[in-house]
Each structure stands twice: as structure tokens, then as C-alpha cells.
Design a binder for this molecule. Structure first.
Ligand code: SF4
Length: 65
């Protein structure tokens, strides 16, 4: 199954936790705002991407599977 990530830049608060939980799946831009590196997500990163979405304090990460 293919997973896609979207980070809502209006909701993201720049905590950076997603890039710690899943460094291969997220990168941080200006102000720490996260974006997905690859979407669809490489299959080996799906578990960590799920953990990052669950752990985002702002609930800014949406996963589509
Ligand atoms: S953990 Fe959530 S709020 Fe923090 S940078 Fe990632 S998407 Fe943004």
C-alpha cells in the first residue's frame, strides 16, 4: 500500500519532533516548518512516519494510505 504525507504549514508549530522521529521522511524549513521529503513515502519509512504523525503535538501531519 502507498502512503502519502501532507504537513499543513498553517498548523505546524515547528517543534521539529517529526524530523527526529522520522528523519528520512521529513525536513524542516524556515521557522522549523516541516515538509515531507518524499511522497509517496518509501515503504521502509512508513512505520516511523506513522509514529511522527501520532507524535506531532500540533496534529499537523496527515497520512493518506
Ligand atoms: S512535529 Fe508537527 S508541529 Fe512539529 S515540525 Fe513536525 S509537523 Fe510541525
Amino acid at each position: 500500500m502507498t502512503m502519502k504525507i501532507r504537513v499543513d504549514p498553517d498548523i505546524c508549530e515547528g517543534h521539529g519532533l517529526c524530523a527526529i522521529d522520522a528523519p528520512g521522511a521529513f525536513k524542516l524549513g524556515d521557522g522549523g516548518i516541516a515538509t515531507a521529503i518524499d511522497t509517496p513515502v518509501p515503504s521502509e519509512l512508513e512505520i516511523s512516519a506513522r509514529a511522527a504523525a501520532k507524535g506531532c503535538p500540533a496534529a499537523a501531519i496527515m497520512l493518506f494510505e
